[in-house]
Each structure stands twice: as structure tokens, then as C-alpha cells.
Ligand binder design. Structure first.
Ligand code: HEC
Ligand code: HEC
Ligand code: HEC
Ligand code: HEC
Ligand code: HEC
Ligand code: HEC
Ligand code: HEC
Ligand code: HEC
Ligand code: HEC
Ligand code: HEC
Length: 578
């Protein structure tokens, strides 16, 4: 029979060159030697690899003995088998494809070197490896098999274990994570594969409800989920002033990792803060802040907030500098020194001394973090009695506005004059008469009221002077009228270091006076705060060993309440999306 053998060679430029050979033969032999009808002259191909016959049912390829490893038929590593038009017989690096018979040729074959090999060694290596397609399982079945294993191991088994057999309704009411952790069965909980780690402590109360955070499957948790609850979370810097994507556009979860279980959900490391604060000018050009890397070594001295003008409510942030210590101006007059006299201070009216300590005036507020404001009625009026009339020593003025005080004085003296019975020496007879009895004539009334008016004015002059209100307040005349006085507004700060955190309840051990030099303070304008070195005696940086290890967030909030809320960012982003 005639056989067309078409040799295809790929040229360098990618084009294919063909060379046809028409051979006459009984069987078509394949092999490296030149006596073969199909010549395959590559190293690694045996002299004789096999023979293609024509049989009753069609063509048949028969491999020859040792040639087995080298031959595949239609990708199957079988040495012998039927072939038809379109079949590929792989012999070593060659593919021989059975083509449609052409012209006189009964059989047409194309021969192409498709797997060129480098050298004999590589060939040998290749020949000694069992390829996937040479194994009994095909690629497809392997794929399905793997999928089945995955579904079984990671979906069905966990489902059965978590919700199924024996679990009942109780199991259904739990979430997979808790179930997995509680019911550790063989040898690990089946659904460990699902477990991302328990939701953080503060979020445990809704952790069951995965869809609270995971609104849609396969979509990242959105910041809007977080800001829906954390509406009061503010920026670290004002995004209109600073262009710092690390803190202004970063996602909540970039700093707050969920599913870490008991681990804190916030970043605590001081390198995070010092990445900017060790050279703050680099990120915030004309900032007034100074550089910080660690509390233990280079944290700047405190700049407390002090009142400059209590009436106008203006403040300044002034550094605690020994050489130039700040003062404040609350408009109150006070001296810690006299009141804290170790021999005690005289209690008026009771010829005895009372030794005072801090707690007599400074009572801790609810949580013990700070102190409640000092209040005149609670802390001072035992000794600074607002009495005004020597003949009525138990009568007190209200501690209030000038108007209240004025009205009280007028009422008191008016009532006294009309009722009679006043024990005042130079008062007219009508005021000193026995109370009750006859009603007054018009003339007597006028005389009594004239006296009352003068008495109230005189009392006002005494009261608003240094002897009463003026002891503690700056009192000024506002006009020529008898009651034209003004008490300067009082403003006592209660957060001196608003940008740091300080909790008195955690500092019961050093005495008050180790941090506040109150017993030596003669004036209310003194600022009685400790310098940073007092804190550094006990607090070191994050990695301190001898001192209390303190990272930046031990003392600082990151989300600063004087900047805009971050939820606005989310809202703006939404608008842009829409
Ligand atoms: C407090 C909110 C919150 C709750 C509640 C929550 N997750 Fe998450 N989860 C997150 C965040 C944030 C991520 C980080 C990756 C992301 O954006 O999806 C995450 C990631 C994951 C991931 C990994 C996906 C990934 O992209 O890395 C899985 C799985 C997951 N959660 C499952 C659960 C399951 C199950 C529950 C309910 C038991 C649950 N979560 C409850 C906030 C939550
Ligand atoms: C259903 C409301 C709710 C959602 C949604 C929510 N949280 Fe919370 N979160 C809370 C509550 C309540 C607390 C505990 C009270 C607190 O410390 O303020 C808390 C606490 C926190 C804390 C402080 C943890 C601590 O140790 O003090 C951080 C940080 C936090 N959440 C971040 C996030 C982030 C990020 C998201 C979005 C993935 C988020 N939260 C979603 C309610 C929520
Ligand atoms: C991406 C850079 C960056 C990171 C990270 C960063 N900060 Fe800041 N921080 C700034 C900038 C910028 C300012 C504002 C400077 C200014 O306006 O003068 C600032 C201001 C401050 C202030 C002073 C606020 C004021 O107005 O007086 C404190 C306190 C502070 N940061 C502490 C921290 C702490 C604590 C951390 C870590 C938890 C931290 N920062 C992380 C950039 C950063
Ligand atoms: C008789 C009452 C009284 C006693 C006792 C007293 N204080 Fe005060 N203290 C005041 C008053 C009033 C003010 C507000 C004065 C002002 O306007 O600054 C004040 C303010 C302060 C302040 C903040 C104001 C600043 O200037 O720094 C500190 C701190 C303070 N006292 C510490 C102490 C300590 C510590 C003791 C005990 C050793 C003490 N005080 C005892 C009445 C008292
Ligand atoms: C236990 C009695 C007592 C209490 C309580 C008391 N004081 Fe006094 N205070 C006195 C006495 C006594 C004097 C006179 C001391 C002197 O001149 O030596 C005085 C003097 C003053 C002076 C004048 C100081 C000076 O240098 O002349 C002022 C101001 C003052 N007290 C304010 C207050 C304030 C404000 C409170 C409440 C926070 C208060 N006092 C609570 C007993 C007390
Ligand atoms: C022993 C000191 C003392 C005397 C005397 C005193 N005050 Fe006061 N006064 C205070 C203190 C302390 C405060 C701030 C705390 C408070 O409101 O009790 C205050 C607050 C005030 C305020 C409120 C100021 C503001 O801006 O909030 C007025 C008004 C006032 N006093 C009026 C008077 C008048 C009027 C008198 C005289 C009749 C007087 N006080 C006598 C100590 C005193
Ligand atoms: C370790 C140092 C330290 C010790 C000890 C200490 N304080 Fe303070 N105290 C501070 C600092 C720091 C502030 C400023 C806190 C702020 O601005 O939040 C302050 C603020 C105050 C204030 C004014 C602010 C307010 O909350 O009204 C009073 C009053 C005060 N301390 C009283 C006391 C008394 C009383 C004691 C003793 C029982 C005491 N302190 C012990 C450091 C200390
Ligand atoms: C032991 C507590 C503590 C630790 C730890 C601490 N700080 Fe402070 N820091 C303070 C206090 C208190 C202030 C004063 C706050 C004020 O003036 O209102 C302050 C002020 C600042 C300021 C403002 C400085 C200025 O120039 O006015 C910056 C910025 C700052 N801290 C950053 C940091 C950084 C970053 C870290 C971590 C490396 C850190 N702090 C660690 C307590 C601390
Ligand atoms: C006598 C030692 C001592 C001094 C001085 C001292 N501290 Fe502390 N401080 C402590 C101890 C101890 C703790 C508790 C630590 C703990 O509970 O882990 C603490 C806790 C704190 C905390 C809470 C930390 C946290 O992680 O919750 C802050 C904030 C703080 N101190 C700030 C200050 C400041 C600001 C000063 C200076 C005004 C100061 N401390 C001075 C010993 C001291
Ligand atoms: C660049 C880092 C960063 C980003 C972004 C960030 N945080 Fe924080 N957050 C922190 C740090 C650091 C703390 C710890 C300091 C503190 O306790 O204030 C914190 C504390 C918190 C706290 C607890 C303390 C508090 O002030 O109540 C909540 C809640 C919180 N963040 C929510 C959020 C939410 C919601 C978002 C997203 C809108 C967010 N955070 C984005 C760094 C970040």
C-alpha cells in the first residue's frame, strides 16, 4: 500500500515547513533507524518502537517490547491499540497524527517533533517520571475526587457534627465557632476549617449574628457597619488639615483586627505611633508638637491647659517649666497654704482649730478618676459664714448672684422694719417697737422703710467688701447705685491635661503632695501639677522592665474628640459612590 508521511518542522519564525514522503510498504514501522517508514531520528527514541497495521476493523498500532514507556495513544500510556483518523501516536518527543487519506495514499500521517528534549539525561529523567496522564486516573476524575473530599471534609462532616446527630435544637442555637471550640471531638473539631477565631470580647454580645458585620457574603466588612455603632469615633487628625491616608482613609479593620479572640482588638504597639511621632514635622509640616518615640526616654514635658481669662473663657497651653512656671486665673481667691496649716485653722465662732486635709475639699467623682468641683456651700461655708447682721447671727445670705443677695438684704430689712422689734441701737423707735399690736400710720411706714433701705445698703457695702464675698471673689463696682456690684465669673479647670489620660484611682500610693505641692501654695493662681519626671519615676516605655511598662495608648486616645467624626467619611464616600 502507499503511505504518505508528512514531516512538519517548526522554523525559527514560527512558520511550519512540510516535507512529504510517499512510501510503499506492507506495515508502517516507527523508529530511530533509517529502515523505518516513519523515521524518528531523536535521541531517546528506540531503533524500532512499533508497527502500524491495517486490520479488518481499521488501523492498529502495536508497540514493540521495550518501547512501551515511550509510546502513548491518544494521550493514554498504552503501547498497543486501535487508531483512527485524528488519533495521535506519541513516540518519545514526536507526535504522529493519523490524517485523512490523500491522493493514492491509503494512509496519511503527519510527524512533528513537539517535545524537543535538551539532552539524553533530561530524556532519561523524563522517561523515569510517571506523569499524571500515565497513571490510571485521568485529570478530570482527579479534579472531581478532590472536590468531593473538600466538600465532605469541610462542609458535610462539619455540618453533621455541628448541627446533626445528637446536636438537636441546642446546637442550632449556637454559632459554629463556639460549637467548634466547645465540642472538640475527633481529633480536632470538624468545623475547625470554618473557624476564623472567636470574635473579640467587646463584640461577643452579637458575635452569633455573623451577618451583623458580614452584611453580604464574599464582600469585605464595611466601615459603615462599624460607624453605625461607633458613631462618636473621631479622626486622629483633621482630614481637612492633614493629608495622611494611614490614619484618615485607612479602613477600621486595618488597625482593628477581628477574630483574634482574647487578643486586643486595637493596635497597642508604640512603633505604630512613633512611625509618625518620632519625626512629626515630616508628616505635619508646621506642627507645634514635639517628637516622641517612647514615654521612658523622650516624651515632651506636659503643657497643661490654663485659664487666661475666666470671663472670656480663654485658655492657653503652657509648658511646665521650672524656670518659668505657668499661672492660671480662675478669678477665685484661695490659699492652700493657710488652710492646710499643720497646726490647723481656726473655725470661726468655735474657739478651736481644725486640721484640714485634701479630702475636706476634694472629693472624688463617680469613678474616682478625677475630683468633683469645689463648692462654696459644701466646702467653705462652715467657716466662711455669709452672715451679714450682727444682731441676727444665724441669718445667712444665699450664695448666689448679686441680684439674689440684694433681694435677700432688702427683704430682710424691709420685713424687720415693718414688723418691729429690731434690736438695732440707732434705729428709729418705730423699728424697735414691740412686734405685733397696732398698725402703722402712713408716716411711720415711710420712716421704717427709709431705715430699711439704708440698712440694706450698709449691709450690701459690708457684704460685697473684702469681709464676705470679696474674701474669695473679685468684686467690682459697676455704677453709683447702692447695689451696683459685679462678681467676676469663676472658672476652675477640671481637665488640665485633656490630651492625656490620668486616673487618680490607679495612683493611691504616692501621697497627693508628691504630685501636687499644695501645702506650699499661697495663691490660687499657682498651677499645682507634677512635671513629667514625676511620672517617669514609675512609668517607662512599652518594654520597660524596672518601671510600669506603658505604651502610648495606655495614656492616649487615638480617636481625638476635638476632631470630626469618622462616620462622615463613610457618608461622603457613599455620596461619591452614588
Ligand atoms: C464585629 C464584626 C464581626 C462579626 C460579628 C463577625 N465577623 Fe467575621 N470578620 C470581621 C472582619 C472585620 C473580618 C476581616 C476581613 C473582612 O473584611 O471580611 C472578618 C473576617 C472573617 C472571615 C475571613 C474572611 C476573610 O476575608 O478573611 C471569616 C470566614 C469570617 N469573618 C467569619 C465569621 C463568622 C462565621 C462569624 C459569625 C460567627 C463572623 N465572622 C462574625 C468582622 C466580624
Ligand atoms: C452592634 C454594634 C457594634 C458594631 C457593629 C461594632 N461594634 Fe465595636 N463595640 C461595640 C460595643 C458595645 C463595644 C464595647 C463598648 C466600648 O468599649 O465602647 C465595642 C467596642 C469596640 C472597640 C473597643 C475595644 C476595646 O478593647 O476597648 C473597638 C476598637 C471596636 N469596637 C471596633 C469596631 C470595629 C472596627 C467594628 C467594625 C468591624 C465594630 N467595632 C463594630 C459595638 C459595636
Ligand atoms: C500617620 C501618622 C500618625 C500616626 C500613626 C499617629 N499620629 Fe498622632 N498625630 C499625627 C499628626 C499629623 C498630628 C497633628 C499634628 C498637628 O496638628 O500639629 C497628631 C497629633 C497627636 C497628638 C496631639 C494632639 C494635639 O493636638 O495636641 C497626640 C497626643 C497624638 N497624636 C498621639 C498619637 C498616638 C498615641 C498615636 C498611636 C496610637 C499616634 N498619635 C499615631 C500623626 C500621627
Ligand atoms: C479648704 C479647701 C481645700 C483644701 C483643704 C485643699 N484644696 Fe485644693 N483646691 C481648693 C480650691 C478652692 C481650689 C481651686 C483654686 C483655683 O481656683 O485654682 C483647689 C485646687 C486644687 C488643685 C487644682 C488647681 C491647680 O491650681 O492646680 C489641686 C491639684 C489641688 N487643689 C490639690 C489639693 C491637694 C493635694 C490638697 C491636699 C494636700 C488640697 N488641694 C487641699 C480647695 C482646697
Ligand atoms: C475650717 C474652716 C475653714 C474652711 C472650711 C475654709 N476656710 Fe477659708 N479661711 C479660714 C480662716 C480661719 C481664714 C483666715 C485665715 C488667716 O487669715 O490666717 C480663712 C481665710 C480664707 C481666705 C483669705 C486668705 C488670705 O490670705 O487672707 C480665703 C480666700 C479663703 N479662706 C477661702 C476659702 C475657700 C474658697 C474655702 C472653701 C473651698 C475655704 N476658705 C474654706 C477658715 C476656713
Ligand atoms: C469662702 C469663699 C467664698 C465666699 C465668701 C463667696 N463665694 Fe461665691 N464662690 C465661691 C466658690 C468656691 C465658687 C465656685 C463654686 C461654686 O459655685 O460654689 C463661687 C461661685 C460664685 C458665683 C458663681 C460664679 C460663676 O461664674 O459661676 C457667684 C455669682 C458667687 N460665687 C457670688 C458670691 C457672692 C455674691 C458672695 C457674697 C455674698 C460670695 N459668692 C461669697 C466662694 C466664695
Ligand atoms: C501621680 C501623681 C498624682 C497623684 C498622686 C495625685 N494626683 Fe491629682 N492630679 C494629677 C494629674 C496629672 C492631674 C491632672 C489630670 C487631668 O487633667 O486630667 C491631677 C489633677 C488633680 C485635681 C484637679 C483636677 C480635678 O479632677 O478636679 C485635683 C483637685 C487633684 N488632682 C487632687 C488630688 C488629690 C486630692 C490627691 C490625693 C488623694 C491627688 N490629686 C493625687 C496627678 C496626681
Ligand atoms: C504615662 C502616660 C503617657 C504615655 C505612656 C505617653 N504619653 Fe504622651 N502625653 C501624656 C500626657 C499626660 C500628655 C499631656 C497631655 C496634655 O497636655 O493635654 C502627653 C502629651 C503628648 C503629646 C503632645 C506633646 C506636645 O508637644 O504637646 C504627644 C504628641 C504625645 N503625648 C504622644 C505620645 C506618644 C507617641 C507616646 C508613645 C510613644 C506617648 N505619648 C506616651 C502621657 C503619656
Ligand atoms: C508611684 C508610681 C507612679 C507614678 C508617680 C505615676 N504612676 Fe501612673 N501608674 C502607676 C501604676 C502602678 C499603675 C497601674 C498599672 C497597671 O494597673 O497596670 C499606673 C497606671 C497609670 C495609667 C493607666 C495605664 C493603663 O494601662 O490603664 C495611666 C494613664 C498613668 N498611670 C499615668 C500616669 C501619669 C500621667 C503620671 C504622672 C502625672 C503617673 N501615672 C505617675 C504608677 C505610677
Ligand atoms: C490608623 C489606625 C486606626 C484606624 C484606621 C481606626 N482606629 Fe480605632 N483605634 C486605634 C487605636 C490605636 C486605638 C486605641 C487607642 C484608644 O484606646 O483610644 C483605637 C481605639 C478605638 C476604639 C476604642 C476607644 C474609643 O475611643 O472608644 C473604638 C471604638 C475604635 N477605635 C473604633 C474605630 C472605628 C469604628 C474605626 C473606623 C471608622 C477606627 N476605629 C479606625 C486606631 C485606629
Amino acid at each position: 500500500m502507499e503511505v504518505l508521511v508528512r514531516y512538519l518542522t517548526k522554523k525559527r519564525d514560527g512558520a511550519i515547513a512540510t516535507r512529504d514522503a510517499l512510501v510503499t510498504c506492507e506495515t508502517v514501522r516507527f523508529g530511530r533507524s533509517t529502515d523505518n517508514e516513519v523515521e524518528l531520528p531523536a535521541p531517546g527514541v528506540l531503533l524500532h518502537e512499533g508497527v502500524l497495521h491495517k486490520r479488518a476493523g481499521g488501523l492498529f498500532f502495536e508497540g514493540e517490547g521495550e518501547g512501551r514507556n515511550n509510546v502513548t495513544i491518544d494521550g493514554q500510556p498504552i503501547a498497543s491499540g486501535p487508531v483512527k483518523i485524528g488519533s495521535t501516536i506519541g513516540v518519545g518527543p514526536y507526535d504522529v497524527i493519523v490524517l485523512l487519506p490523500q491522493g493514492e495514499a491509503e494512509i496519511a500521517l503527519s510527524v512533528e517533533l513537539v517535545r524537543p528534549v535538551g539532552d539524553a539525561l533530561t530524556t532519561l529523567r523524563n522517561n523515569s517520571v510517571t506523569r499524571l496522564e500515565q497513571s490510571a486516573i485521568g485529570k478530570r476524575s482527579l479534579g472531581w475526587g478532590a472536590l468531593a473530599v473538600i466538600v465532605l471534609a469541610f462542609l458535610i462532616w462539619p455540618l453533621i457534627e455541628t448541627y446533626g446527630i445528637g446536636g438537636g435544637d441546642a446546637a442550632l442555637s449556637k454559632n459554629p465557632i463556639e460549637m467548634a471550640l466547645e465540642t472538640k471531638t475527633w481529633p480536632i473539631a470538624a468545623d475547625l476549617a470554618w473557624v476564623t477565631g472567636p470574635v473579640s470580647g467587646p463584640h461577643k454580645f452579637f458575635a452569633q449574628n455573623c451577618s451583623f458585620c458580614h452584611e453580604r457574603p464574599f464582600v469585605r466588612v464595611q466601615d459603615s457597619v462599624c460607624t453605625a455603632c461607633h458613631a462618636e469615633i473621631n479622626f486622629h487628625v483633621d482630614p481637612k488639615v492633614h493629608d495622611l491616608p494611614e490614619v484618615t482613609t485607612a479602613l477600621c479593620q486595618s488597625c482593628h483586627k477581628e477574630h483574634q479572640g482574647a487578643a486586643p482588638i486595637t493596635r497597642q504597639d508604640q512603633t505604630f505611633c512613633s512611625s509618625c511621632h518620632q519625626d512629626i514635622e515630616r508628616v505635619a509640616g508646621d506642627t507645634k508638637l514635639r517628637d516622641v518615640t517612647s514615654f521612658g526616654t523622650d516624651h515632651p514635658e506636659f503643657n497643661p491647659t490654663v485659664v487666661v481669662d475666666a470671663a472670656a473663657k480663654t485658655f492657653a497651653r503652657v509648658r511646665l517649666d521650672k524656670a518659668n512656671w505657668p499661672t492660671e486665673n480662675s478669678n477665685l481667691t484661695f490659699t492652700h497654704k493657710k488652710h492646710l496649716n499643720p497646726q490647723g485653722i481656726l473655725v470661726p465662732g468655735k474657739q478651736q482649730r481644725r486640721v484640714m486635709d485634701c479630702a475636706d475639699c476634694h472629693t472624688t467623682d463617680g469613678g474616682g478618676t478625677g475630683y468633683s468641683p469645689v463648692v462654696m456651700e459644701d466646702h467653705c461655708s462652715d467657716c466662711h459664714l455669709l452672715n451679714f447682721e450682727p444682731t441676727a447671727p444665724t441669718r445667712r445670705l444665699p450664695h448666689g448672684s448679686v441680684e439674689d443677695v440684694t433681694n435677700s438684704l432688702r427683704e430682710f430689712y424691709g420685713d424687720l422694719a415693718l414688723r418691729g422689734g429690731a434690736d438695732v441701737e440707732d434705729a428709729p423707735a418705730v423699728v424697735r417697737r414691740r412686734p405685733g399690736g397696732r398698725s402703722l400710720s402712713q408716716e411711720e411706714r415711710l420712716e421704717a422703710l427709709a431705715w430699711a433701705d439704708k440698712a440694706a445698703r450698709d449691709a450690701g457695702a459690708r457684704v460685697f467688701s473684702r469681709s464676705a464675698c470679696g474674701t474669695c471673689h473679685e468684686v467690682t463696682r459697676t455704677g453709683d447705685g447702692p447695689f451696683d456690684y459685679a462678681v467676676a465669673p469663676v472658672l476652675v479647670v477640671d481637665r488640665w491635661l485633656p490630651k492625656g489620660r490620668f486616673d487618680h484611682s490607679q495612683h493611691s500610693s504616692p501621697g497627693c503632695v508628691d504630685c501636687h505641692a499644695a501645702p506650699d501654695s499661697a495663691k490660687a493662681t499657682d498651677v499645682l501639677l507634677p512635671q513629667i519626671e514625676t511620672c517617669q519615676a514609675c512609668h517607662g516605655g512599652e518594654a520597660a522592665v524596672q518601671r510600669v511598662p506603658s505604651t502610648c495608648v495606655s495614656c492616649h486616645d487615638f480617636h481625638l474628640d476635638f476632631h470630626p467624626p469618622m462616620r462622615e467619611r463613610v457618608r461622603n464616600a457613599r455620596v461619591e459612590d452614588g
